[in-house]
Design a protein around this ligand. Structure first.
Ligand SMILES: Nc1nc2c(ncn2[C@@H]2O[C@H](COP(=O)(O)OP(=O)(O)OP(=O)(O)O)[C@@H](O)[C@H]2O)c(=O)[nH]1
Length: 331
């Protein structure tokens, strides 16, 4: 970047040039005594934090404390992006210089941010500000502390919370949405007060499941439910909501789907469930399911009303002999 400021290598930081606190950039700093400058150097070099100063136009590093020199190496005659970051062939895309000055080009206060260093992968909390330099320039000062350990704990905590939330919404046996997640997602999907669009619900229930448990045992019953869940998952679209409502009862909410389309989907689900097999010794355990389908096409109808209609249709499917699809009304 072009600059009319002389190269900083000609005027690398001399600690006695550090501007006194509160110095205005239009005034000249009062040079510190040799003893004072040694003291300041000592303090800066003993800090458990990176401290650096760079030219805001040329990006040249004017000062790097001992912490910085130990981690990033020699800085003399180099830019901040060459020393402090990896694989940069120019000023960093994430450089905060633009935030350090106000519209009039005056120091705008301290900008605090967190950043993962591209050279060593550590996380830092950076406190950046523009400060006046004794020669009248405004330069960038950054003080950065390593927060990698805290960041790791935060990330682990975030992961644990995400996992716990997912578990609280997942049916343990089948991995499908549990009842709570099904209703939460369903309420979001339903077109309350929104543009009317067709929505359909399929409710289904494994037939004579008590007999399966009684004949083959609860563990085989569980395995059959797991296998049904696995077989169903690929059949629903990403926007649909498939869940196990409890026991051997399942439901799917189908977005943008008419009653006829939902009935056809239910027929596909029925055939897939009929084909599920679980081996028990030399026997093969199979099951069928009964389906009730309902749909709505208005902005005011709600999930409960359509589920109740689908439940009525499911009841009729059971009574008409099971292993079949019965379509209810389209509201
Ligand atoms: N293995 C297993 N069985 C379950 C689970 N949840 C519920 N059940 C059983 O599912 C059976 C449901 O029986 P019913 O409600 O009488 O229904 P059904 O025998 O399927 O008969 P229809 O629905 O009328 O065809 C009961 O025996 C429950 O104990 C589960 O998670 N695992």
């Amino acid at each position: 970047m072009a600059s009319n400021v002389p190269r900083c290598s000609q005027r690398r930081l001399v600690l006695s040039q550090l501007p006194p606190a509160g110095a205005d950039h239009d005034t000249h700093a009062v040079p510190a005594s040799g003893e004072q400058s040694h003291g300041v150097a000592s303090i800066l070099d003993r800090l458990d934090a990176l401290v650096y100063v760079s030219d805001m136009q040329t990006y040249e590093l004017l000062y790097l404390n001992e912490y910085g020199r130990n981690v990033w190496g020699d800085y003399q005659g180099k830019t901040c992006w060459q020393v402090l970051q990896a694989d940069q062939d120019g000023p960093c895309r994430f450089c905060s210089n633009g935030r350090l000055l106000d519209a009039q080009g005056r120091p705008a206060g301290v900008h605090v941010w967190e950043f993962q260093n591209t050279a060593n992968g550590h996380w830092y909390q950076c406190r950046d500000q523009a400060i006046p330099w004794p020669d009248g320039r405004i330069v960038r000062l950054e003080i950065a502390t390593d927060i990698t350990a805290r960041k790791r704990i935060e990330q682990e905590l975030h992961l644990a919370v995400t996992r716990a939330e997912a578990l609280a919404r997942t049916d343990e046996l089948t991995g499908l949405n549990n009842r709570r997640a099904f209703f939460e997602l369903g309420e979001r999907l339903f077109p309350h007060n929104r543009r009317a669009r067709p929505m359909a619900v399929i409710m289904f229930d494994i037939d004579h499941f008590k007999q399966v448990n009684d004949t083959y045992g609860h563990a085989i019953g569980d395995q059959l439910l797991r296998s049904v869940g696995e077989a169903l998952r690929p059949l629903v679209r990403p926007n649909d909501v498939l869940g196990r409502l409890g026991g051997e009862e399942f439901a799917v909410i189908l977005a943008d789907t008419t009653l006829e389309q939902a009935a056809a989907t239910a027929e596909r689900l029925r055939a897939v469930i009929e084909a599920v097999q679980v081996a028990e010794g030399d026997r093969t355990v199979r099951c069928t399911a009964s389906f009730g389908v309902a749909a709505c096409n208005c902005a005011t109808c709600n999930l409960d009303a359509v589920l109740s209609e689908a439940d009525g249709a499911l009841f009729r499917a059971k009574h008409r002999g099971r292993n079949r699809v019965v379509a209810g009304r389209s509201a």
